[in-house]
Design a protein. Structure first.
Length: 318
């Protein structure tokens, strides 16, 4: 009987550890996949470094674009916020889909650059055939594409891992293990309140792992030490995303800890009240037993021996 009790305790303890690890892996995996699959989030992160991106593009255009028939400043002005936005959105798409950052055949980007060059020529009263402007716009797109192609957007390990089947399989297995561990702990304890001790411990431990793991990664500066695609503005943007993924784990960890503590406190109160009732019942039983023994002894106590010379009185039952 004792060995069965010990086996149950050890089994539940091991299952609570499995539940803790499964919860941690599941939450981290799901949040990472959701964040890295969002093109909008990646684009917003790149936009934070749009000035650096713009400066690099302008430098490339200044070095490679001809200074006639229009001035070199026209090319820098043609890369306005609209064009830069198209470049950023396209780059974000290429990063998330793991495609090369090639803009040479981007008709939408070409059209925006062409319109800006036409507007510049018109505003500065420069007479130039539209065919020549078209050639300059195409050449400018090629220069921009060549500059941005140095970003290895088709080989970002962070996104490769997330988009792989292995990542989805790990998340799926973690979810299944979490559900299975929960069910087994419930079954082993026959649904009684003792199960809540293991659930609470698993949640608190998972939350602690989430928080301590995040702070450890931040202390080691993991996010910003990695070179993601070999292109500085994009590397900084992707580092910010990695930092965001880690930061999300802190509130999740706090929620897990609070949930676990609530379960543990609720369980403690249950057993505390139960122990009080048991103690009260035990005291009541002892009191009733003592009263019964006193009553029994009073009724069945042996009669004292008669004193010689005294009259003996006998009870007669008619």
């Amino acid at each position: 009987m004792k060995s069965n009790y010990v086996t149950k305790k050890i089994s539940c303890f091991v299952l609570s550890i499995v539940l803790c690890v499964s919860i941690t892996v599941s939450l981290f995996g799901v949040t990472t996949v959701c964040i890295l699959h969002s093109r909008t989030r990646v684009a917003d992160s790149i936009s934070a470094y749009s000035s650096e991106l713009k400066d690099g593009i302008d430098s490339a255009l200044e070095l490679q674009m001809p200074d006639a028939p229009i001035k070199a400043e026209a090319y820098a002005q043609s890369v306005d916020s609209k064009v830069l936005g198209k470049i950023i959105n396209a780059s974000a798409k290429n990063i998330t889909l793991q495609k090369s950052n090639d803009f040479s055949l981007d008709a939408d980007l070409y059209g925006a650059v062409y319109e800006n060059l036409v507007s510049y020529a018109s505003a500065n009263k420069i007479k130039i055939p539209q065919q020549d402007i078209s050639k300059l716009a195409s050449y400018e797109i090629d220069v921009i594409s060549g500059y941005l192609s140095q970003a290895k957007t088709d080989n970002v390990k962070l996104f490769q891992i997330v988009r792989s089947r292995t990542a989805l399989l790990v998340i799926a297995v973690s979810v299944v293990l979490a559900i299975l561990s929960y069910a087994l702990i419930y079954f082993i304890n026959d649904g009684r309140h003792m199960k809540n001790s293991y659930f609470g411990m698993a949640f608190v431990s998972a939350g602690a792992v989430e928080i301590t793991g995040t702070f450890a990664a931040r202390a080691a500066d993991v996010a910003f030490r990695e070179s993601y695609c070999g292109f500085e503005p994009f590397d900084k943007a992707l580092a910010d995303i990695a930092q965001t993924i880690m930061s999300v784990q802190i509130p999740l960890g706090i929620v897990l800890i609070l949930t676990g503590l609530f379960v543990l406190v609720f369980n403690y109160r249950y057993f505390y009240k139960k122990n009080i009732k048991v103690s009260e019942q035990r005291e009541q039983n002892i009191k009733l037993r003592d009263e019964y023994i006193k009553h029994y002894e009073s009724k069945n106590a042996p009669k004292p021996e008669p004193i010689p010379g005294e009259r003996e009185v006998m009870d007669i039952d008619f």
